[in-house]
Design a protein around this ligand. Sequence first.
Ligand SMILES: *Cc1c(COP(=O)(O)O)cnc(C)c1O
Length: 380
Amino acid sequence: MYQDIVDFIKKTYDTDQFIPLHEPRFIGNEKKYLNECIDSTFVSSVGKFVDQFEQIIAEKIGAKYAIATSNGTSALHMCLILAGVSADDEVITQPLTFIATCNAISYIGAASVFVDVDLDTMGLSPQSLKSFLEQNCRMDNGQCRNKTTGRIIKACVPMHTFGHPCKIDEIGQICDEWNICLIEDAAESLGSTYKGQHTGTFGKMAAISFNGNKIVTSGGGGVIVTNDAAIAKRAKHLTTTAKIPHKWEFDHDEIGYNYRMPNLNAALLVAQLEQLDGFVAKKRNLAAQYQQFFAANNDIKFISEPQDCQSNYWLQAVLLNDFEQRNQFLEYTNQQGVMTRPIWKLMNKVKMFEAAQCADLTHSEYLEQRIVNISSSVPL
Ligand SMILES: *Cc1c(COP(=O)(O)O)cnc(C)c1O
């Protein structure tokens, strides 16, 4: 029944071998820069590639500052610290996300609160956010207090699912009205823009990931981006053990973190970033091919970029008719050597977050039952 899809994907990637969901591509200066890095002996957390990477990323996305980190989760954790979130606060996010978003909130000791997503973006819904706040919260001394729990909602972390930008400007306006700090989980959306502006530049700060499965990778790595000079300075300080700069003395002025990105990883990443625009173009082209192919299919709908957006199409996604079809599709394609994967289990159903407060999550539930990611590697 799904043989035509398997055939189409195998033809697109021109192979009969197993096709993974998303393979990294090292087809530029990766080995050259890695060798250069090793020869320099600066393989650890100080070196020219870290500085270069931070400059390139800030320029690429149009943010004033970029601070390299060990991974995307540590970047998110740091953003929450910088936003002043503390253990008895709450953070609003979407249930349809990778576990790292909620893990970072939990590292602080804060509680995740879940509002629904939009069907077209699969990202946090401004309507759901607005009605949740209106129904459950009140302003108290300039802060947003949750009437049910009595706690302060300090931050909101929307996520740009699979690289498709959510309605981030509307979300930003609502957060402003309620004095909630907007932090974008842009882990998946490097290269994606909303109304011509790069994702990750709408909030107070954002976290991007360079894990092995992302659009470009440093093996492991992340970055915090912000336009706020004071936040950037503190981010660098806190991610690098909070050491007071001195030629030889060791002194630290608070509990810091070793969230640094090694120069070796930055070298790999600088080479990858040279290819980002090309990767995005190829993924968008792949999306166009899928779109055309699935247009003739009544049971499967290809997910295309939302209005007013240019998506990096990091992971390509399709929508099945129902849960049963989803399972049949997963079973068949994986058996045929074409790896496919369902969207994440909703965070409010994961054991650690079962007790979290939730808005009506109809859209999230709908997508959870039906969305499947299909082969998304940059075609060679
Ligand atoms: C990948 C990812 C992260 C975390 O990145 P790591 O570098 O793996 O720690 C966070 N949020 C989302 C939505 C992600 O997809």
